[in-house]
Write a protein that binds this ligand. Structure first.
Ligand code: HSE
Length: 433
């Protein structure tokens, strides 16, 4: 085994933005990292598809591994740093093989962990090594360490997060400019914020991977990605953003997980939050995570959720812990202790709601709608109509009072069935954070 008192030896799999960031930070901050870790962190071996590509860093002193599995099994390294991505195939094999060979693994790969995190943490325990993933959730924000250690004395009641920078950039830009979703998405792609296939981000999958990891850690439960209902931001229009703003709210894509009265709830959806709230002020591509613990009460952290520097910063923080000999359990406790729970979705939450309807502009329409809402006891808090359109339609915005979301949703389905309702209603929950 590689372990040496003078250096902690690592192999890096993948030299894209994140892998190169790790090399840069280890080279540039070498001395301070060694001082904090108590020994140097030494890159021994690297693997990437193209060995000849100029990546803007000096890689000349590192060995190139023949393939990923040989890197994972290299007896000269203490730790594999996985910077490739993907939730199956060779990446899964590589991580598993490293753990089976007693090597620590540090990864930013949320998709892999959301799917295999529990089985990997078991393998890590059996082989006396660690699986650390600070960089997988909210990039440079140290939320994993915060939940695992800083807040470890608390029963965590809830975690709220803006967990996807691309979505936050799009929603913020829509609010600032009044432009519509497609237009801003295209700009985000041109600027390199959003991928050519943006669905992982805008449909909420990326944020959902992060949320289930936070839920596992916060509550000491097995993350369950399949039990999470996910709504992204494709259906949010410039009208919604404008109306929400007029009513004192901002729309954010939120990952929310709560433990209330023996119920475990997780949901990933666009919500309205009061414009004065701290979470509403988190703009552009920034992420934020807010936690509530029984003794500490609320905490909030904000920072860059992606990019070379922030992601590499979190990876190297994990490496420093490992070099110091600190090997925490992936979800804060042994995998045998993690509870398998029945997850509920947002239907179990009680909240006020925002309802956007496109209706025929005719007398009696409002009466029909409010009568359907009242059948299930849904009470209206405020109502907005901005004139009417040339095609004979009108937009109505209704804010409903607090009620079980399940009931509000049911009554909106009933409203949707009315002849005067011309389009699929938009129903969003309001979170009074
Ligand atoms: N694509 C993500 C984001 C970063 O936009 O926040 C990686 O998870």
């Amino acid at each position: 085994m590689a372990s040496s008192p003078d250096s902690f030896k690592i192999g890096i799999a993948g030299l894209g933005t994140v892998g190169v960031g790790v090399v840069k930070i280890l080279q540039q901050n070498q001395d301070l990292i060694a001082a904090r870790a108590g020994r140097s962190i030494e890159i021994v071996t690297i693997a990437a598809k193209d060995q000849s590509k100029d990546r803007g860093v000096d890689l000349s002193t590192y060995e190139w591994a023949d393939d990923l599995l040989s890197l994972a099994q290299n007896t000269d390294i203490d730790c594999l740093v996985e910077c490739i991505g993907g939730d199956d195939g060779i990446v899964k094999e590589t991580v598993q093989s490293a753990l089976e060979n007693g090597k620590d693994v540090v990864t930013a790969n949320k998709a892999l962990l959301a799917k295999h995190g529990v089985s990997f943490s078991k393998i890590a325990e059996e082989n006396n090594c660690a699986l650390l993933y600070e960089a997988a959730v909210a990039g440079g924000i140290p939320i994993i360490k915060t939940l695992r250690e800083g807040l470890a004395a608390n029963e965590i009641n809830s975690v709220f997060g803006i967990l996807n920078g691309t979505c936050n950039y799009i929603l913020t830009t829509m609010e600032k400019t009044g432009r519509d979703f497609d237009d801003v998405l295209k700009e985000a792609q041109d600027l390199g914020y959003a991928e050519a296939d943006p669905s992982f981000d805008i449909d909420g999958i990326d944020a959902a991977h992060k949320l289930v990891l936070l839920a596992g850690l916060a509550f000491g439960v097995e993350p369950d990605f399949d039990a999470l209902e996910i709504s992204g931001i494709r259906s949010i229009t410039a009208h919604d953003i404008k109306a929400a703003k007029e009513l004192g709210y901002t729309i954010k894509l939120l990952g929310i997980t709560k433990h209330i009265n023996d119920q475990y709830i997780q949901t990933l959806e666009p919500c309205l939050v009061p414009s004065y709230s701290a979470i509403a002020q988190v703009d552009d591509a920034y992420n934020a995570v807010m936690t509530d613990g029984d003794f500490v009460e609320q905490t909030m952290m904000q920072g860059k959720g992606a990019g070379e520097g922030p992601t590499a910063s979190s990876i190297v923080a994990d490496l420093i812990d490992l070099a110091k000999g600190y090997k925490p359990h992936a979800f804060g406790q042994t995998s045998a202790k993690l509870k398998k729970v029945e997850w509920q979705n947002n239907e179990e939450l009680e909240c006020p709601c925002y309802l956007h309807l496109v209706v025929k502009d005719e007398p009696g329409v409002l009466a029909e709608i409010t009568s359907r809402l009242s059948e299930l006891n849904i009470s209206i808090d405020s109502l907005l109509q901005h004139g009417h359109e040339e095609d004979g339609s009108a937009r109505i915005i209704i804010m409903t009072q607090t009620a079980p979301f399940k009931t509000t949703s049911e009554s909106v389905k009933s409203v949707e069935g009315l002849d005067c309702v011309l389009d699929k209603p938009t129903l969003l929950r309001i979170e009074e954070v």
